[in-house]
Design a protein around this ligand. Structure first.
Ligand SMILES: Cc1cc2nc3c(=O)[nH]c(=O)nc-3n(C[C@H](O)[C@H](O)[C@H](O)COP(=O)(O)OP(=O)(O)OC[C@H]3O[C@@H](n4cnc5c(N)ncnc54)[C@H](O)[C@@H]3O)c2cc1C
Length: 258
């Protein structure tokens, strides 16, 4: 028997677009606005959904990659730079995304210096989070990469629900303005220098009281999310359908969420 390569369903094709503007919402979060007629029809049906952003290699033109049954590759066989993001806002043919400016990543570096007029492309959208309108309360937690999704969730959760937000920042500058919600309390926790990403967040959630009938949405570094799942499901015995916990990136691994 021969091993045949795994064939996966092709993700939605890339839609070309142009950077319209870039602004800092906080010293560590850049809001990038992208527009172009190919973006028309891109729908955000639920909060905390996903899109793939394709950016050119530094100094290169944007080349649209081709799906080979398993991954996107450029015509010369090289790997394109593709990263996953939260589609924060869509208006006609204009999409806004918010990108963490962390130590050193291709997308982070791009976001820190991108200028209006530069080319990019978007594939999506991937499924978001279905809010249970009958839930009494929600715990929303994550690191800086989850700030755009948590912002959308705050905008979408019914006003009568209670919301506890816990966000871990790797630097005090990581705090960003969040949309207000009448039932929300927000705690920012700082990652101590040298601690693994997510450590402060996991500690804070472990110390938090989570009523049985609340829903939990969490996203951040993958190993921290693994620890969080253990706490929620094994220690607290939360019903699996009541918690969504997503690894958004992997410590020490490039492009891990894509
Ligand atoms: C569904 C989904 C939605 C997401 N939404 C967003 C979003 O809206 N905004 C956003 O900024 N990110 C978001 N992410 C996370 C983002 O895709 C990853 O952080 C991505 O790896 C960043 O790419 P990069 O090129 O900057 O770094 P990479 O080249 O991928 O990684 C380089 C190095 O940086 C580290 N690294 C990667 N991300 C971070 C980080 N956030 N903080 C600290 N170190 C990091 C890596 O471990 C690696 O060592 C999302 C991920 C998923 C799966």
């Amino acid at each position: 028997m021969t091993d045949s390569p795994r064939i996966r369903r092709a993700p939605p094709p890339f839609r070309r677009c142009t950077v319209v503007s870039s602004e800092l919402i906080s010293p560590r979060l850049a809001r990038i606005t992208l527009a172009g007629e190919e973006l028309d029809g891109l729908a955000i049906d639920e909060p905390a959904a996903s899109v793939r952003l394709l950016i050119p290699a530094p100094g290169d033109d944007l080349v649209i990659p081709v799906w080979n049954g398993n991954e996107f590759l450029r015509p010369d066989g090289s790997r394109p730079i593709i990263r996953t993001l939260t589609p924060r806002n869509m208006d006609g043919d204009t999409l806004t995304v918010e990108i963490v400016l962390h130590a050193d990543g291709a997308m982070s570096n791009w976001a820190a210096s991108v200028q209006g007029g530069e080319q990019a492309a978007i594939s999506g959208t991937g499924r978001g989070y279905t809010i249970d309108p009958t839930a009494d309360g929600f715990l929303l937690t994550g690191d800086e990469s989850a700030i755009p999704a948590i912002s959308q969730l705050l905008e979408s959760i019914p006003p009568q629900a209670a919301v506890r937000v816990i966000v871990e920042v790797a630097d005090p500058d990581g705090r960003a303005p969040l949309p207000s919600h009448p039932g929300a309390t927000v705690d920012w926790v700082e990652l101590p220098t040298g601690a693994p990403p997510g450590d402060a967040l996991v500690d804070a959630v472990e110390a938090a009281e989570i009523p049985d009938d609340w829903r939990v949405w969490a996203a951040g570094e993958a190993a921290a999310m693994f620890r969080l799942r253990k706490h929620l499901f094994e220690t607290l015995g939360l019903e699996r359908r009541h918690a969504t916990v997503r690894g958004y990136w992997k410590h020490g691994r490039t492009g891990a969420g894509s």
